[in-house]
Ligand binder design. Structure first.
Ligand code: FES
Length: 111
């Protein structure tokens, strides 16, 4: 699905939050590659709006880390007990998306 966001949006940042069919998706640029991943943390459902280093996304709430390439949890939340999110549409690994750039420079985001 074409998204009305031009690739130039990544000139001054390495991540963007977009909404696709009512879902928040974090789009990350690492080098020349773009990745997309659901932007809801599987721990307690916080929005993944914060720190992105390379392909690692850190949840601002309790520090869980995800690999945006795979949606896998790479470091658990730093709290006890380890209560996972109970929303039925949030599960590990987080859903990922193929992100490409069209000839017009606009992003394409595909499941
Ligand atoms: S909600 Fe993300 S680590 Fe707790």
């Amino acid at each position: 699905m074409k998204v009305r966001i031009h690739v130039h949006a990544f000139e001054e940042r390495n991540s963007l939050l977009i909404w696709l069919k009512g879902r928040p998706i974090l789009v990350v640029k690492d080098g020349e590659k773009l990745y997309g991943m659901d932007a809801v943390c599987a721990h307690m459902g916080c929005a993944l709006l914060t720190e992105v280093k390379g392909t690692t996304v850190t949840c601002p709430a309790h520090g869980a880390k995800y690999d945006v390439r795979t949606g896998e949890l790479v470091e658990k939340a730093h709290v006890r007990p380890e209560v996972m999110c109970e929303q039925e549409n949030v599960a590990l690994p987080l859903k990922t998306y193929r992100v490409s750039v069209g000839e017009d420079g606009l992003l394409n985001v595909e499941p």
